[in-house]
Each structure stands twice: as structure tokens, then as C-alpha cells.
Design a protein. Sequence first.
Length: 667
Amino acid sequence: MNEIGLKSSPNTAKHNDMANAIRALAMDAVQQANSGHPGMPMGMADVATVLFSKFLKFDPMKPDWPDRDRFVLSAGHGSTLLYSLLHLTGYKDMTLEQIKNFRQLGSITAGHPEVGHATGVETTTGPLGQGLATAVGMALAERLQAARYKDIVDHYTYVVAGDGCLMEGISHEAISFAGHLGLEKLIVLWDDNSISIDGATDLSVSDDQKKRFEAAGWNVLEIDGHNAEQIEKALELAKASNQPSLIACRTTIGFGAPNKQGTASAHGAPLGDDEIALARKELKWPHKPFDIPVKILDCWRTVGTKGARHSAEWEKTFSNLSQEQKTAFETGQSGELPADLDDIIADYKERLTEEAPGWATRKSSQEALKVINQHVPEMIGGSADLTGSNLTQTPEMLPVTAEDFSGRYIYYGVREFGMAAIMNGIALHKGFIPYGGTFLVFTDYARPAIRLSALMEQRVIYVMTHDSIGLGEDGPTHQPVEHLAALRAIPNLNVYRPADAVETAECWQMALKTKSSPSILSLSRQGLPLVRTSHTSDNLCSLGGYELSPANLEPKITILATGSEVSLALEAQKKLETDGIGTRVVSMPSWELFDAQDITYKTNTLGPGTIKIAVEAGCSMGWAKYTGLEGGFVGIDSFGASAPAGDLYKHFGITADAVVKMAKDKL
Ligand SMILES: Cc1ncc(C[n+]2csc(CCOP(=O)(O)OP(=O)(O)O)c2C)c(N)n1
Ligand SMILES: [Mg+2]
């Protein structure tokens, strides 16, 4: 560990003015909103001033310029730090008016930074620890992209993380993964202020954070976070390191507020008019609220305009690439799919119809990926240590290692939450389409990041296998029951449960085409017969639900089924029709896509006037919206058990006979 310059000089007046501009905006915005967190921005203002004015490569006029450095405020409660920096350096949309409207409806200055609201916000943060893990994904994406385009990709990822971020469990997954891959262009600035909401951090944590990072293979530096010279030196050393770096910045929360600084009272409430007046004296900042003197604003705006040189140089280098490289890079950035992919998938489906494989849908997913990965070089796959179970790897997906980032397959290790957040980072960085696998039951471990994929409208694809009691002997700890319902409850998340190899290919196609939503592919461990026996190039799964098998007789019953239970529904249909009861089967691979259809289509598909029975090897929650209260449900509303899959289906009564009996009882 490196302790820097005990004898450094005091800060220059210019530095202090620039840092105080951040402090003033932060305390004034929070005071005006009458809510928010002034302490962190005031404490980290010196660090941010040095980082933005001397290191960060960015251009406010081209906020999406691909080779910009990424800045992630993992301690998202300090959002006014970021908003102040964006305003001061000249991002067009971050007007003073927006800062005055901090936390108000319709402003771009939400309580916590939200990607897509203001330019310059690289990721949504606020759930502590996740920003750090997302940044790891960005730093990884940089390495992956640099391996393909070495002349035009060379940027750093800087993170500001607080004590809270480092206490969160996900920080362990993120730090460990970054250290393992040696992500040397990742630099974390830890706001080491020893304060969180409940008080001093020693109430709840005694870790030697620096040793913790060192143990994970990081370069660790320690500085006085209010000394500009030390901050600069540390950033230089961190940039030169061939490991990811942690800079522990010892700071005082609420720096400058004489009665509140250094205490938890500066964390998350307005300082109050009296304390703000005293802080203005202490900081020698006599200016009115929201008033930044022209001279000081000019210093900041000069920092912002400097970036134009970098982006222009980059444009020049880019223009010298071969046309082929340019097109490939731009395709990656735009996230467009190859124009012929639809035809390729249609041909593949036709082949499946002829061959009628009885694969588990996890295997069907791998076969679909064999087709897709060949044609979509942006695909970056991986699994949280279940590659052989999730079947997420295909021949072209060579491992990514610390020595070689030209691969396309990531061994995420047993880090489900980390994997999901890292995939968010990869997607936000742009250039790639990340997908990753684990067991469906462990979406619980990844859920907070899945939620952020949805909130941030990122195309992240979750390959979630072993999706019901159908996984068998591993028992109830591994058997998802409530998971589909819980995932369906997340807005802007598409949950797919395909029934066979054809539907799996179609669901993959939809997941790829849906650029502003993440997708969950819920896939079986057990083999399933092909139910889509006649070929159509149309993607029927894109309707969310469709009539798979019409009734031969006057329809009295409609069976709605998903995934592994669709074949069971077809079996029940046969029995019912044999007994003279007209029965239709509707496959419903995605509720979300079905709900998006027009009312006529939905009503007709659900079979007006028929009794509806849903069958799914999961809990009943939510199905009544399709079956009505007069309809029925065959599934499982308890935990599963450990036994062979066939025995479990019988034991829990998820059988064709159960559907038949329920149908007859209802008639
Ligand atoms: C996952 C998560 N849990 C809890 C919170 C609520 N919360 C916001 S800030 C904070 C304390 C953070 O302490 P620290 O990172 O040291 O920030 P500082 O007080 O130094 O600004 C907590 C518990 C949160 N935002 N995210
Ligand atoms: Mg703290």
C-alpha cells in the first residue's frame, strides 16, 4: 500500500474556488428541494475537482462519444455532486434551472442519478454497491472492445464509492472479479469518511478495506482527500498501475459546514439556512444561492471545452480505419442486428420442424445460440459457474482471461448478482450484447440488478435454466416456484418460457430484437417434445400467446400453458376431445408480449365463452387475470421436493389427468 506525500502543499485558490462551487450548488440544491444528501458532495468536492479538471477524458458537446472515460457515482445519494459537475463543465441539458429543480417531477435531476434522464449520467445508481459492480462491467467492456479495436478504444472507468458501497455484499463479487481479470483501467475513489446513516462506521464495520482490496489483487493508495496535490499524484499512480486501483480518500463528510461536518447529520438532510450561512463563511464563499461567479464558472467551462480536442482526435483516428472496421464498430455501438438474421432464424426453425428434436429447452437455447453467435459477433456470453448446466457456451465463445480479452465467454464464477450488474455495465458501455446464465431459482440472488436492467432499459439477456420442479432430485432449494410471478412483477422485463426448440429460437429472436428491455429465458432441465410441428417463418412467440392447437369439436375448454407444460396441455386436449369435449390449447411463452396485443386478439386467443384452465409448474399468482375466477389453475403453490422429475409432477398433481378432471368438474 502506498501512502502519498505527507508534506504536500495547500490547495491553490483556484482549486478551492472550483471545489466550493460544487459544495455551494450541492447544499443550495438540497436546501431548495428540502431533501437530499449534501454531505457526500461537499466531502468529495476536492477529489471530483481534480479528477474532472486534470484526468477525466470527456466532451460535454459529445456526451456519447465512445472513447470517453466513464464516471460512475456509485454512492448515488450524492447525486448533486454529479449534477453540479455536469452543469459546471457545460453539459447543455444540465442548466442551473434543472439544479434548482432537484428532485422535482419532470426535472432531469432525480433524487438519484438515472441513466437516460441527463446526458453524462452513465448508469443509474442509488442501490449501494451496484454502481461499483456496474462499473466493473464497463471496465470489462472497454478491455473487450480494445481487444477488437486497439487504435480507437482506450479509456478509464472511474468510480466514486462510499462506505456503504463497500459494506454491501456485491462489492465483494465486483472487487474479486475485477482483481481476477486485472481490470487495470478501473479506478475506484473511496469516500473514506467513516460515516454512514446510523453514525460512525465503527458501529457496524471493522474491515481493513485496503487489505481487502489488496487481497483481491488491487493496487491500493491512501490519501488526504482534501489535498489536491495528493489526489493528483494518486490518480497518476493509479493510471500507471497494471492492476485495478483503489484510492482511499480520507475525507470529512459535509466539509465546510462547521457544526455538521464529520457527523451523520450531514449525510441525508438539508443543512438548514443557519448552517448554510455559516458554511459560506467557513468556505469563504460569499455568493448568493445558485450564484457561481463568472470567473469561477469560466474555469470550469474551460475544463469542459478541453474535451473537444480529445473527441476530435478520436474522430480522426476513427476515420483512418478500414471501412470494414468502421462499419463493424458502428454496428456494435448502435446495437443493430444483422439484416439477414431473421431469415437465418427462419431457416433454422424449418430445420427443427423437420428434425423434431426432443431437447430440453436449455439445450434448445444452446442450439439457437450456435446459430446466433456465429452471426452476431457482439454477443458476449457467460455463466455464474454453471456453464455445463445452463448450456451457455458455443464453439466460437472462447474464454476471456486476464491475458487475452479477445474471447467472448466470461466465467463469472459463483457471483450471480455480480454477473447481472456486470452485464448491465457491458450493455451500458455499448458495443456488446451480454447474456449470462444461472439457475432460475437464483434470479433471487441477482434480482436487484435485473430490476436495474429493466429500469435502465438495457438489453441484457438472462439464460435461466432448471426452471421448475422438473429439475428433479436437487430438491426444493433449487426448484423455483414463485420466481416466474416475481419476475413478471418487474416492469419492463420480458419473461419468456418457451415450450420447445422452435419457441426457444423465437424467444431468443425476440430477446435480441427488444433493445430497450432485458429478457429472462426460463428454460427446462428436462427433455421436451417438439410441439410446433408445422413450420412458419413468422415469430408466433412475438404475440406472447397464440393458439397452438385448435379444437376439433365445438370449443368448451381453453388450456393456457407455458414451457414444459405445453406438451402436457396437448395430452389433456387429446383426452378431452376423445371424451367429446372440444378443447383448444394456447401456448403463452410471454405474458408481457401477450398483454401488449390488442384487445380483440387477446379476447379471441383466450377463447371467449370457453372455460380457461392454466397450467404451469409454478405458483398460481397472476393467472386469474387470464382464466377469470371461474377458470382453473394446475400448478404448485407450495415448495417442491427432492425426487425424480416424473414422480414430482405426479406427486404435486401437475398432470394431463389433473387438467382433464378440472375441466370436467368445471363444465
Ligand atoms: C442497497 C442500499 N441500501 C440502503 C440504502 C440507503 N442508504 C443510502 S446512503 C446510506 C449510507 C451510505 O453511507 P456512505 O456510503 O458512507 O455514504 P455517506 O454517508 O458517507 O455519504 C444508506 C444506508 C441504499 N441507498 N442502498
Ligand atoms: Mg461514508
